[in-house]
Design a binder for this molecule. Structure first.
Ligand code: SF4
Length: 327
């Protein structure tokens, strides 16, 4: 009698046969995160994949993230299990729109959030993440005009913290508007002992960053001023969040970000209770990737995401410039 294999087992066999590495963003479905080789933030995942000797990267995330993996590892084959997994924020500005905007502001320095297409990155001087946007803006000489895109809340936050006047593209994430300071206040009255933690990856919490600009250094969980906010709201990176939650004496936590982030936290801290700041903070694009689609992706080596060499070279420069500043 032949033994029936589960989808996860079939994925595992093929991953080994094809020397593939599976990456899952924190906002992926729990079962997708569970079978991944690495889970984490978008840029960190691409950087981790680059250090492996894998021939194939299966990126369980959205399209611009797979492009970033292709930019950083041009010699590897990058696959995304569903080509429709896009990003509202990355789609908010095209390379043509950026070129036209640059023409209106000759000599301006372009700072692009990591949630942009490869073509837009190639037209940018600097890339940035929500954790380092302020540092990148501060590094640019005062006399330079700055075009900041595509996240208007992250741009407004960087302008508020640095005191710089930025030209900001009016883009936004389709779920960010759902998470507001008032949601945290409501959760605080429902769960008075709970700690309020914000994970600033993707555009879904950048409006919170803006609203809490006076308290919102993003921390790594090691204590000190970073991430401590005003004791009420803590802004922490993924690693910082996991470290902080494990070390904290609190038993309950309200997590303000896309709800997928609760899965790794619950897994690492089974004795603690986590509540999403909003149940409906769900990125439908992130949830398009399923185990069945990952299996098909490995079997048929679909759908390949390959950034053309010339675009990749320019896009990588904007990422490298950011890394030089934040190293
Ligand atoms: S949560 Fe928003 S910014 Fe992040 S991938 Fe989804 S649409 Fe894009």
């Amino acid at each position: 009698m032949t033994e029936r294999k589960s989808v996860a087992e079939k994925i595992d066999i093929l991953r080994k046969e094809k020397n593939a590495v599976i990456l899952a963003h924190n906002y992926q479905l729990p079962e997708v995160q569970d079978i991944a080789d690495f889970t984490g933030d978008s840029l960190a995942l691409s950087q981790m994949a680059a250090t492996t000797d894998a021939d194939i990267i299966v990126f369980c995330g959205v399209h611009f993230m797979a492009e970033t993996a292709s930019i950083i590892s041009p010699q590897k084959k990058v696959l995304i299990p569903d080509l429709k997994a896009g990003c509202t924020l990355a789609d908010a500005i095209t390379a043509d729109q950026l070129r036209a905007w640059k023409k209106e502001h000759p000599g301006a320095v372009v700072v692009s959030y990591i949630n942009t297409t490869a073509e837009v990155k190639a037209e940018s001087d600097y890339c940035c993440t929500s954790s380092n946007a302020v540092k990148v803006v501060k590094s640019i000489p005062e006399d330079k005009e700055i075009l900041f895109l595509p996240d208007m809340f992250l741009g407004a936050y960087a302008a508020k913290v640095t005191g710089r006047k930025l030209h900001i593209w009016p883009g936004e994430c389709h779920i960010h508007a759902g998470i507001m300071t008032r949601d945290l206040e409501e959760m605080e009255s429902e769960h008075p002992g709970a700690e309020m933690i914000v994970h600033p990856e993707c555009g879904c919490t950048t409006s919170l960053l803006y609203q809490n600009a006076n308290v919102s250094a993003i921390g790594n969980g090691n204590g000190g001023s970073n991430g401590n906010g005003n004791g009420h709201v803590k802004f922490l990176s993924t690693g910082g969040m996991i470290k902080h939650v494990s070390a904290s004496n609190a038993r309950e936590f309200v997590i303000a970000t896309e709800t997928g982030m609760l899965h790794p936290l619950r897994k690492a801290n089974p004795d603690k209770t986590f509540y999403p700041a909003r149940e409906d903070a769900v990125c439908r694009f992130m949830k398009m990737i399923t185990l069945e689609k990952i299996l098909k992706s490995l079997e048929e080596e679909v759908y390949e995401v390959k950034v053309p060499d010339a675009t990749a070279r320019l896009a990588k420069k904007s990422i490298d410039r950011m890394l030089e500043i934040t190293a």
